[in-house]
Every structure is written in C-alpha cells, then in structure tokens.
Design a protein around this ligand. Sequence first.
Ligand SMILES: Nc1ncnc2c1ncn2[C@@H]1O[C@H](COP(=O)(O)OP(=O)(O)OP(=O)(O)O)[C@@H](O)[C@H]1O
Length: 269
Amino acid sequence: MALRQQRPRTDRQQSAHPAVELRAVRRSYGRGDSTVHALRGIDLVLPHGSFTAVMGPSGSGKSTFLQCAAGLDRPTSGEVLLGGAEITRLNENRLTRLRRSRIGFVFQSFNLLPSLSVQQNVLLPQRLAGERQDRRRAKELLAQVGLAEHGRRRPGQLSGGQQQRVAIARALITSPEVVFADEPTGALDTRTAHEVLGLLRQAVDSMGATVVMVTHDPVAASHADRVLFLADGELADELVRPDPKAVADRMLTLTAAVGARYGYAGAAA
Ligand SMILES: Nc1ncnc2c1ncn2[C@@H]1O[C@H](COP(=O)(O)OP(=O)(O)OP(=O)(O)O)[C@@H](O)[C@H]1O
C-alpha cells in the first residue's frame, strides 16, 4: 500500500506562501472574571509538504487551535492565513466553501456517511463544493490506500482501519492546502494505527500534502516532522524529527509543570 506521486504539484503547493499561517491568534471564551483564554497569541508558519503534530496536556488548547486554524471557529483576535489568503474575516458562506475545497479533515471517529458507498464518500467533498466529481482520481486514491476493491462497499462493511483509510482518501480528493487530522488513530489498535500514520506520512512525502495532526500519542506524533507542544494556550515547546521517547519525556515535563502551577499532580493528556 503506497501513496505514489500521481500528479504534478498544484500551483497552490508551489506558491511562495506557507500552507497555513497563524498571526497572534487569541481565542477566549466567556467574559469578565470567568473568561477562559484558550489561545493566548499563537504565531506559527506551516510550510507546504510538512507534517506537524500538536500535543499538550488536557485543556492546553489543542482543539481550539485546530478549530481556529481550520476555519471552524473564529479567533477572538489575530489572523489565520491559508495559502497566503486571510480567512479570519470571510463570511460564513465563503468560509464553508473554502473548507470544502481547500481543507481536508480526518477525525477520530472517521465520520463517513453510512448510506453512501466508499467511493461516494471519497467524492463527497467535491460534490459538496460543487466541483466535478473526479471518479478516476477517487479510484486512484482508493487504490493508494489499499482499498481498490472496496469502492462499492458501504462503510459499515469495513474495519475501523479501512474506514480511516477511506477518510484519508476523502481528505485528499480536492488536493487541499492542508489536511487537519484530529486524533486520527484514537480509535484504532496499534498495528492499524501504524498503517494509518504511514499513509499520512506518505501523503506528505509522495504527494506534497500538508498535514497537521492533534494527538495524545507520542508514537503517533513521532511520525511527524515536527511536534508543537501547547500549554495554557501558548506554544510552549517544539521537537524536530521527534522520537517517541523524547516526545513522551517532553509531555511529562509539561504536564508536571502545568500540574504544579494549578496545584495538582497530573493532568494526563
Ligand atoms: N466552548 C467553550 N466554552 C468555554 N470554555 C471552553 C470552550 N471550549 C474550550 N474551552 C476551554 O478552553 C480551554 C482549552 O480547551 P481545548 O478543548 O482547546 O483543550 P484541549 O487541549 O483540546 O483539551 P483535551 O486534550 O482535553 O481535549 C480549556 O480550558 C477549556 O475548558
């Protein structure tokens, strides 16, 4: 099972702009004394063709980060740029269109539509974006994730690992600027998780995809080029070319530091 280079890099991928950029992004919830500062000024550049993992103790702001970076939530202040274009101030309609055509999503729970065939699920982003449904491309992607023979099946007839591979093919169908993966291996056993992470890695290496993955798992994070660590809504640390032990050690240190600040022993991630 290998994701091969199927097409030249798109103009988007050759663009001088990074895939994603965050400038002084803050996100607060509530008002007054009860305000929660979930993100406290994130500055970040994610180049095309990079694989980034985002980790951090529970409540550190990972989900908020993902939601803001993917245009699912609006920062309280600051800017998010996708391929150099500012998305923070787009109206809801334009933001929805942009998410459908330029961002791919992979979720822990796969989120496939049970009444559609596997191939129809892969084509769904193009259908929703009102683009031509490229069946040949869907078949190529399904072959690349090892599911060439499964296009006519329903998701319910596949294993969890196979469903996540369909979700990866679906995330790549529009050749998006970036794929956001939220705990993509959280529901999978170790071996299947390893296969799914290998596919994400190959999407980056062979197809020039850009992947940002939130995970609690140091082994999963070690498949990335870089791990960013959030703590209390700030970028607290990073590791380049991480190995699982270094990631786990860094997480322990961060979790202990956050625990000490709030006077409890461990906020396990
Ligand atoms: N809708 C909301 N309203 C109020 N507070 C919120 C809301 N969403 C998140 N928060 C708070 O913002 C902070 C960051 O939450 P977030 O879910 O981004 O953290 P996380 O790192 O993803 O946590 P976990 O690993 O437990 O999923 C937390 O203190 C959380 O309680």
